[in-house]
Design a protein around this ligand. Structure first.
Ligand SMILES: Nc1ncnc2c1ncn2[C@@H]1O[C@H](COP(=O)(O)OP(=O)(O)OP(=O)(O)O)[C@@H](O)[C@H]1O
Ligand SMILES: Cc1ncc(C[n+]2csc(CCOP(=O)(O)O)c2C)c(N)n1
Ligand SMILES: [Mg+2]
Length: 377
């Protein structure tokens, strides 16, 4: 079995760049890693991998985001439920979580920069698989995006840091601070599925067939790319850490209150019932990865929620589905793919007293609960 450490850095690049399909090394006119880059590219005025830095052009300005995926924190090679982590799924997620942030700004991903550190005794096949998963995610989620550079190194755990440059849509970047009283609040994509999958993976029992879709949602999240196209959202963000936590961030950034309705969220919770039932017989192991149960404490820790309550908790606090949370001027302007879940109100003169009522669910304050790396929950 070849190991990453059997290769030089240049040899490893020669293995990975063709898989990533970045173009500058695997065809005529490709750069030589010891020589001068002579890119033979569609955009001849751009410079990609092979030079000291990339040169890119984006006429409407450039959106930039970066996020890391770390072994032990974001995935583990052997899950307590008995499943092995497929490196291709980890590669998929490393792309998905980043192209999602460009999507969340109303933009199109254009360039990826991949910084990979791993132990020298990592099987080469694992890194090749990781790169194949990245390519698959780009093909499906961001076909107009290419790998334009990166960095390789060693570390005691695999760490994949992806930077994505994106191009704002025709009406410009959409921030999380533009929600205005009178707007409607809407969501595109799933809520709670990836968190249910994580709880199942961290559980003490094999995953049953009816719970498998939730595990797939954790392994290969599919952000609703471009769901904002042909619309004019007043604000947008992606739900990476849980609806409660991220809705508070949007409300605060916009200086508004979000009034959410329970009915559409309870309907979404119904979809999670098979996972909740499976979790009843698969208690979450607390000693794996971050040592933290996922953001589904009701299910995970023997909390006395009924199944519907536990499922709603997953919808309200589960991260990593990379849904889009947005606001639109009125219900008629909400595009296909988004579902209205509430309305935007002003904060009122007394709201300075506390952040708790920035987000209401059926009139009651919704806690800013969700994932936090440092709190481990
Ligand atoms: N080390 C850092 N230095 C500078 N800015 C940072 C740093 N870490 C985070 N930020 C900024 O803080 C903000 C919140 O970061 P965070 O990673 O939570 O982004 P997010 O979009 O809210 O979440 P996610 O990446 O999970 O979608 C972002 O604007 C980010 O650029
Ligand atoms: C082993 C293991 N432990 C915990 C989690 C859960 N988790 C990790 S990152 C994150 C939120 C988004 O992160 P970011 O804000 O960095 O984008 C969540 C919910 C996991 N996937 N694997
Ligand atoms: Mg985000």
């Amino acid at each position: 079995m070849s190991l990453v450490g059997d290769l030089t850095e240049g040899e490893l690049l020669d293995v990975l760049l063709p898989i990533l399909g970045s173009g500058a090394r695997d065809g005529d006119g490709a750069a030589d890693h010891d020589g001068q880059a002579t890119p033979d590219r569609a955009h001849v005025d751009e410079i990609g991998p092979g030079d000291d830095a990339a040169l890119v052009h984006m006429p409407r300005g450039t959106l930039v985001t970066v996020d890391g995926l770390v072994e032990g924190q974001d995935f583990v090679w052997a899950w307590p439920c008995g499943r092995e982590q497929d490196p291709a799924d980890a590669g998929w997620k490393s792309i998905a979580q980043n192209v999602s942030d460009i999507n969340a700004m109303g933009g199109e991903p254009r360039h990826v920069f991949w910084s990979l550190q791993c132990p020298a005794d990592t099987p080469l096949a694992r890194i090749e698989g990781f790169a194949r998963g990245m390519r698959a995610a780009l093909d499906e989620l961001a076909p107009g995006c290419r790998v334009s550079g990166g960095d390789l190194g060693t570390a005691s755990e695999l760490t994949s840091t992806v930077t994505v440059l994106g191009e704002p849509g025709p009406s410009g970047a959409v921030s999380r601070s533009g929600a205005r009283p009178g707007d409607v609040v809407a969501v595109a994509g799933r809520l709670g599925w990836a968190a249910a999958g994580l709880a199942l993976l961290l559980g003490d029992a094999p995953v049953t067939a009816d719970a498998e879709p939730f595990v797939q949602a954790q392994f290969r999240p599919r952000p609703p790319m471009g769901a904002w196209r042909e619309s004019a959202p007043t604000s947008l963000m992606d739900v990476s850490d849980g609806l409660g936590r991220d809705a508070h961030r949007l409300a605060r950034a916009s200086g508004v209150r979000l009034e959410l309705s329970g009915a559409p969220l309870r309907a979404r919770a119904d979809e999670l019932l098979p996972a909740v039932r499976a979790l009843r017989s698969a208690p979450v192991r607390q000693d794996v990865g971050t040592g933290a149960a996922p953001a589904s404490p009701g299910v995970a820790s023997g909390h006395s929620d009924d199944d519907a309550g536990a499922a709603l908790r997953l919808v309200l606090t589960g991260g990593e589905d990379f849904a889009l949370l947005g606001t639109f001027p009125d219900a008629a302007s909400v595009p296909d793919g988004f579902e209205v879940i509430g309305r935007v109100a002003g904060v009122g003169p007394n709201a300075a007293t506390g952040a708790a009522d920035r987000v209401l669910l059926d009139g009651a304050p919704l806690p800013a609960a969700g994932w936090d790396h440092f709190a481990g929950r």
